[in-house]
Design a binder for this molecule. Structure first.
Ligand code: BMA
Length: 824
């Protein structure tokens, strides 16, 4: 059998400028190693980011001395395989230069046959400063290739678009700038005699219940000759002989399965996964094998003319899917050290809020395999951008050749994952053609370059290499080569940013009728727990210099305050401001999401900007850095529910709507109630309903003269109870801005009780209270419901599941607030 030997583990890091050495870990990166070595202290604390920029401006050397086992040495061929080098590395083994690298997203391998010895091998990798590299590439250009970030963001690095590296490490409008370097993925030696399996890619085709799986096997061939490949899947095996030579070292084998159990996105069916084993035999001997996990599902991107323009939605296994979820950014600015657990908490939390899709946004990284494995298991589809964002990119031959290799590497690596829905060319690069003076003045030139990169190069590669998945050239766009307004709401996807970046009121969401909404967001401030770890107590004021520093959106803190004034009374403490900013964010996303769900099938997706955070700062995230839930995520549990009951208000009437994502008929009932702020139900309407599969419909319309014949709209609120027969949900609305409502404090009783691994919390109130927010101070854990309305005579039971292993929640660890407390 072929042999592999991992070179992960302890290495040494050298600072070239001083000759100082530090212990290092591979996979890893310079910043992470320097943090471990206590050279860098708390990079996210206050403005420490400024103090540590020198790291990315210097040259660093990773070195490892190692022995090689006989299993490798006794083979006639040896290779060294780097799954990822970040970014400008020159690699030297035992005094011989193996090569240089320039793309964090590529896989590099080198022939080291004859170079290895039993002991005392020295592998030395010199990393050039990505900051200096980007700058010098920029200086050599005969014309400027513009990018976003240069002047607008507090800390950014020049020409990040010219280097193939995680773009947001150069700074973004939600994160710091740390352009790290290092051996950020696995390194190994492989030894073989005749041939080895370099990689396997799968492609699947569906036809009337039959699934044909094709496995493309790329071999590293030392001896031409006859090889036998076998593929085993679903209890079936196919064995094929190939005559191979160095000019022809790729083999394809295929199997057709009859009615295999299919993989479904979350909410539409089970996530059936199958193991697919490939073996390679030479002269009757098994020499190599690889096992992949695959799932069978057919993906169709539907774009056909309809009454609203051109449809834009995905059908999976023949069923239209309404996409619900968030945009995903890297879970760490130093992603080399991320582990399965880091991903699993975030992804499970997304699943808990009924998400069925995450969009891996183009300014981050192609995620680690754990991310996609978990998405496969959880039924979370992945909208996968290629890693290009908010910039013009070069289109010279060398750049195109470099990114072509990158695309092929990533398409092969991710091909087996059923969750991988599609490949998307970039984030907002088409739109960005209108953003910069250079690209506006020389539009033809930049458009030609854009087309060359994203249609002719990446589009072609995606179609050829991954024919079972759609390619979508940008987000947002109207489609391949259709250069109208990329945010045209009659076709393609839309990023609607007029509320945050454009300063419009939340109600403006209601006038937007997209085909799919792939980005929309509103900022909030993270909890005091999260901020206190990153700030001094004196910083905790929304306009302090440090809160400004941790706010990277130019309009940021001001925009939050401005919107607050429309709806709420301004809070008097920072603690209340934090809470209210989160309520406001949650309300913005509720207004937009409920509306865009209601108008299905005209709109077929609601992908919020953004799920997670990269540091403790003000941002659009639903989950804070460290994983704590913001109010938004608890709201999402309700507004993403498979059957949504919602209210539409106008100045003269109220509508009750039900929206179903269920692929089957739903029957249920609802009750609409008019409440006074004293807790009296003034009036109610009870009705039953039936909704067809995936239907959204108005169930009731009430004019104000029927709804509130004698009441002042300021003095009532509406509560909508709905059930689809199994789940019971509650939604509610004020009829006027909250600041005009007679909110008052209440007598609230809170009781805690241990039930197994959870704490059960029962809340009772003597008056209606709104947006009740439970906060487990200093504890990690989640509530099964939060940010809710509490009505008199209706006790509420909430369960807290701890995540920090320190047991049940104690009374003194539970704090709570509600809207009236902040509106004095
Ligand atoms: C978008 C994204 C990001 C950005 C976000 C918030 O359009 O694509 O580039 O962080 O808006 O401004």
């Amino acid at each position: 059998m072929n042999a592999t030997y991992s070179l992960n583990g302890p290495w040494t890091l050298h600072r070239d400028a001083t000759g100082t050495s530090y212990p290092a870990i591979v996979p890893g990166d310079v910043y992470s190693d320097l943090i471990d070595a206590e050279v860098i202290d708390r990079p996210f604390f206050r403005d420490n980011e400024r103090r540590y920029q020198w790291v990315s401006e210097e040259k660093w050397i990773y070195r490892r001395e190692f022995s090689v086992p006989d299993t490798i040495l006794e083979k006639s061929v040896q290779r060294i395989v780097f799954e990822g080098l970040d970014t400008f590395a020159s690699i030297n083994l035992n005094g011989v230069c193996l090569g240089t690298t320039e793309n964090m997203f590529r896989r590099y391998e080198y022939d080291v046959t004859g170079l290895l010895r039993l002991d005392g091998n020295i592998l030395r990798i010199v990393f050039d400063s990505p900051v200096n590299k980007a700058r010098s590439i920029g200086e050599q250009l005969s014309f400027k290739i513009p990018y976003t970030g240069e002047a607008e963001w507090v800390a950014t690095h020049t020409c990040r678009n010219l280097i193939r590296k995680c773009q947001c490490q150069a700074g973004w409008d939600w994160g710091p700038a740390f352009l790290t370097s290092g051996v950020w993925k696995d390194v190994s030696l492989v030894g073989f005699d005749a041939a080895r399996i370099r990689r396997v890619k799968t492609v699947q085709f569906h036809n009337g219940g039959k699934v044909t799986v094709k496995a493309f096997v790329q071999l590293d061939l030392a001896s031409p000759g006859t090889y036998t490949l076998s593929m085993e899947i679903g209890g079936k095996t196919i064995v094929k002989e190939f005559s191979l030579d160095p000019g022809n070292s790729e083999a394809m084998t295929e199997l057709t399965l009859n009615q295999p159990a299919l993989w479904w996105p979350r909410g539409y069916g089970d996530q059936n996964l199958h193991s697919l084993r490939i073996t390679l035999h030479h002269e009757q001997t098994l020499i190599d094998e690889q096992t992949l996990r695959v799932g069978f599902r057919q993906i169709e991107l539907v774009q056909e003319p309809d009454e609203f323009g051109e449809a834009f939605y995905f059908r999976i296994n023949g069923v239209p899917i309404f996409l619900k979820g968030y945009n995903w950014i890297p879970a760490s600015i130093f992603p080399s050290r991320l582990k399965r657990d880091d991903y699993s908490t975030l992804l499970q939390d997304a699943a808990l809020a009924h998400c069925n899709l995450l969009r891996v946004w183009g300014g981050g990284i192609y995620e680690h395999s754990d991310f996609y494995d978990l998405c496969d298991e959880l039924g979370l589809l992945v909208w996968q951008d290629f890693m290009f964002a908010c910039a013009m990119y070069p289109w010279d031959d060398a750049f195109l050749a470099n990114v072509s290799e990158e695309a092929i590497d990533q398409i092969w690596r991710l091909s087996p994952h059923p969750s991988l829905l599609m490949w998307c060319g970039n984030n907002e690069c088409e739109q960005a053609l209108d953003w910069y003076p250079e690209s506006r003045v020389h539009r033809d030139q930049f458009l030609t370059g854009y087309h060359k990169l994203f249609i002719d190069t990446l589009g072609r590669i995606a179609h050829n290499e991954s024919p079972d998945r759609p390619y979508w050239p940008s987000s947002p766009t109207n489609g391949s080569g259709i250069y109208g307004d990329p945010n045209d709401s009659t076709r393609g996807d839309v990023h609607y940013w007029e509320v945050w970046h454009g300063g419009k009121r939340f109600q403006s969401y209601l006038s937007v009728l997209p085909r799919m909404s792939t980005e929309y967001g509103f900022q909030s401030v993270p909890s005091l727990d999260t901020l206190e770890a990153a700030m001094e107590p004196s910083d905790l004021n929304i306009s302090s210099s440090m809160m400004d520093y941790h706010q990277r959106s130019a309009i940021g803190n001001r925009a939050m305050v401005e919107h607050m004034m429309y709806e709420y009374r301004l809070p008097t403490s920072f603690k209340d401001f934090v809470y209210l900013s989160q309520v406001q964010q949650a309300m913005a996303m509720k207004v937009a999401t409920e509306h865009w769900r209601r108008i299905k099938p005209r709109n077929m997706g609601t992908i919020i900007w953004q799920l997670n955070d990269i540091w403790p700062g003000n941002s659009w995230s639903a989950l804070e850095y460290g994983g704590k839930w913001k109010v938004l995520h608890s709201f999402a549990q309700r507004f993403f529910a498979p059957v949504l009951f919602s209210l539409v208000k106008s100045s003269s009437a109220v509508e009750v709507w039900a929206t179903s994502d269920r692929p089957y008929l739903v029957q249920g009932s609802f009750a609409l109630q008019v409440h006074s702020f004293d807790g009296i139900v003034l009036r109610s309407w009870n009705e039953s309903f039936a909704l067809n599969a995936q239907e959204s419909r108005q169930l009731l319309l009430l004019e104000h003269h029927t709804l509130i014949p004698k009441e002042d709209p300021n003095h009532v609120f509406l509560v909508l109870h709905g059930t689809d027969g199994s789940e019971i949900s509650i939604n509610w609305e004020f009829l006027v801005p909250a600041k005009h409502c007679p909110l008052s404090d209440a007598q609230v009783e809170v009781e805690l009780r241990a039930t197994g691994a959870q704490t059960e919390i029962t809340l009772r109130t003597d008056r209606p209270i709104f947006h009740v927010w439970l906060d487990p101070i200093g504890r990690h854990g989640i509530f099964d419901d939060n940010g809710f309305i509490l009505l008199p005579d209706t006790p509420k039971v909430v369960r807290f599941t701890p995540r920090d292993g320190s047991g049940l929640l104690k009374e003194e660890e539970l704090s709570y607030t509600h809207l009236a407390k902040t509106q004095r």
